[in-house]
Design a protein around this ligand. Sequence first.
Ligand code: 8DG
Ligand code: MG
Ligand code: MG
Length: 173
Amino acid sequence: MEEAKPVPRVGVVVFVLKGKSVLLGRRRSSIGASTFALPGGHLEFGLSLTHTQLYWLNQNIFGSLALIKYLSGAGESFEECGARELKEETGLEMGKAEYITVTNNLFLEQPKPAHYVTIFLRAVLADPDQLPQNLEPDKCDGWEWYEWDKDKLPQPLFWPLDQMVRSGFNPFP
Ligand code: 8DG
Ligand code: MG
Ligand code: MG
C-alpha cells in the first residue's frame, strides 16, 4: 500500500498563567523529547458520526451549527481544545482564556516529519489553588510552575517556545 502523504495538523497549546509563572512540563513524546513545553495537543474534528451522517444532519436541520455541534460533537473551538487538553494532561480546569498568537512549525528531525500550525492561548485557572497532576506520564515527566523570566525558565525549552522567548515574546497581558 502507498504511504500516505503527510499533511499539516493544528496544535492548540496553553500558557496557563499564575502570578508571574507559567506551567511547563518536560516532554517524553518523540517530537521535542526531553524539552520543556506547554500543555496542549491536537485540534480534533471530534466526530462521533460518519461523514455521511454529518452531511445528512447539515442538510436536514437547516444548517444550525450549534445543534449540529451538540448532536455530533463535531467542530472543536480553540478554547474547547485547550481546555480539553489541559484537563487530559494535568487535571486542571481552564478558566478564562484568549487567543494570543499562531506559529507555523516544521519538525523535520523526526523519522516521521511533521508540520504543525500551532495556536497559542493564554488562560487562568478556574480554581487558582488547584494543583497540576501528571495524568499522561508516558508523554510528560511532570508539570511545574516556572517564572516567566528568560534566565529562570527551565532548559532546554521545546524549540518553538525557545524561539518565542528569544524573540522577546511575553504571554502576559
Ligand atoms: P493528543 O493526542 O493529546 O491530541 O496530542 P498530544 O500528544 O498532547 O500533542 P502534543 O505533541 O503535545 O501537541 C501537538 C503539537 O503542537 C506538537 O507535536 C507540536 C505543537 N506544539 C508547538 N509548541 C508546543 C508546545 O509548547 N507544547 C505542546 N504540547 N505542543 C506544541 O508547536
Ligand atoms: Mg494531549
Ligand atoms: Mg500534549
